[in-house]
Ligand binder design. Structure first.
Ligand code: NAD
Length: 441
């Protein structure tokens, strides 16, 4: 990347970036480089002076160069005064720190102080203002800590625009974003903030305010889980005299099941003849090696909790006759081994619920072998509950529980029945949300 090669931005904005830390300084300098008119605001005089002197206030590859270029082009400046800055801008990006409190909760002091200051200054401001929160904040914070504090101000729009850059590659990450998310209620403000980045090679994701806030946390949690997973696999591999890097590298070559969207949608608990069995075996062997692999150890308990939540949700239904769609652990199979639906039914029967179950690939009289053994051990009188005709089960039920992704012809029948649905796999289209089953095998 070369500095000073940015073409004039089609609709440059007048922007204040509040907080000249790792995120704010990179954001301010990069937005200036894109062609916007940017003032960086920080209460820290040293950081402001450093920027005004054409330096970066901390080490970040490429930052000093674009700070200098921004100043030279007259598009970047810095100030310690919000009062002097606010009348000169139309958009404010808040990039102050949100450090951990002692109990792990999010520290919102810096954010609240900035918002209080803005709220006071807005009393004498006639023109509208768009505020984007770029700091990482828990869902609901923009509503509570920002919109709440600015409720008496006129013409203020608040959006969430989380930052995804990584220290060390922050300038490159800004210029080649992996993700651009803007969330808010005011569509005009959401579009306006997304348009700040219009010249970057990324398709903006326009979502709700809380969704934007949570996406940032989901991304960071996912990254942490990936690292911990790779480290636990590497630890196990090293103890077995295997090259963990080769294992993970090979794992990553599968871009269908492994490095892909597969299994990454919220849905029902996993089950089947492979995942639970293989996790158990891995944990047993790790324990024999005296290895602690807490992430992998937590997976089956996590799945169990998910199943319990489903059970509670069914128990809470105001229904006398519950129809259950699906018995196998996922669609297009008749494998019942370790199907979470079998466990669910067993518990519901134990609690006296009146049930019928339909599965397009299972007929009780045709189940045999390990399937039959598994089912009859779990639910001895299961045949009585089977309904081979979906239409009949729908007519009998006063509530439907979907425990497996239905084929389109069954989904149509279910929708046409008008029955209230508890969709455990989040798969039925409107009025229910759409998602794939998160089962494995
Ligand atoms: N650092 C990262 O890699 C990264 C990446 C993505 C998101 N984030 C998130 O971005 C936010 C900022 O992170 P950071 O690492 O840049 O923090 P930082 O501590 O480096 O910078 C925060 C800046 O805000 C300034 N500030 C605090 N209160 C102020 C006020 N009232 N007025 C003006 N300036 C004020 C501070 O002086 C400081 O310079 C956090 O929410 C963080 O979680 C950080």
């Amino acid at each position: 990347m070369t500095v000073g090669d940015s073409s004039p931005f089609p609709h440059p904005e007048r922007i204040a970036v509040v907080g000249l830390g790792y995120v704010g300084c990179v954001t301010a300098a990069c937005l200036a480089r894109l062609g916007h008119q940017v003032i960086g605001v920080d209460r820290d005089e040293f950081k402001v002076k450093t920027v005004l002197d054409g330096d970066a206030p901390f080490f970040e590859p490429g930052l000093e160069e674009i700070v200098k270029a921004g100043l030279a082009a007259g598009r970047l400046s810095a100030s310690t005064s919000m009062a002097e800055t606010l009348p000169r801008v139309d958009v404010v990006l808040i990039c102050v720190g949100t450090p951990s409190a002692k109990n792990g909760n999010l520290g919102l002091d810096q954010l609240r102080r900035v918002v209080e200051e803005i709220a006071i200054l807005l009393r004498s401001r006639p023109q509208p203002l768009t505020i984007a929160v770029r700091s990482t904040v828990y869902p609901g914070t923009c509503e509570e800590a920002v919109m709440g504090a600015l409720a008496s101000s006129h013409d203020i729009s608040v959006v969430s625009n989380p930052e995804f850059l990584r220290e060390g590659t922050a300038v490159k990450d800004f210029m080649e974003p992996s993700l651009l998310v803007v969330g808010g209620v005011d569509r005009e403000a959401v579009r306006r903030v997304a348009a700040l980045y219009a010249s970057l090679p990324v398709e903006p994701c326009l979502v709700s305010l809380r969704t934007a806030e949570l996406i940032k946390y989901a991304c960071n949690a996912f990254h942490a889980v990936k690292i911990a997973f790779a480290n636990e696999v590497g630890t196990l591999a090293a103890n077995l005299g295997i090259d963990g890097a080769e294992v993970m590298d090979t794992l990553c070559r599968d871009t269908v099941l492994n490095i892909s969207r597969t299994y990454l949608k919220p849905g029902f608990a996993f089950g089947g003849s492979c995942l639970p069995k293989d996790l158990r075996a891995l944990m047993y062997r790790a324990a024999r090696l005296d290895l602690k692999l807490p992430l992998l150890e937590s997976v089956l308990p996590s799945n169990g909790h998910h199943l319990e939540r489903a059970l509670q949700a069914v128990m809470d239904l105001p229904a006398r006759r519950i129809g259950v769609f699906g018995l196998a652990f996922k669609e297009n199979t008749d494998d019942l081994r370790e199907s979470p639906v079998v466990t669910l039914l067993e518990q519901l029967i134990g609690k006296g619920r009146n049930l019928r179950v339909f599965d397009p690939h299972i007929l009780p009289q045709r189940i045999y072998g390990s399937n039959q053994q598994y089912l009859l051990t779990a639910i001895p009188h299961i045949e009585k509950l089977f309904e081979p005709d979906l239409g009949r089960m729908l007519a009998w039920s006063d509530h439907l529980v979907i425990a497996q992704k239905p084929a389109p012809e069954f989904a149509r029948l279910i929708l046409a029945s008008g029955l209230p649905v508890l969709d455990l796999v989040s798969t039925i289209p409107a009025p229910q949300p759409v998602a794939e089953s998160a089962t494995g095998g």
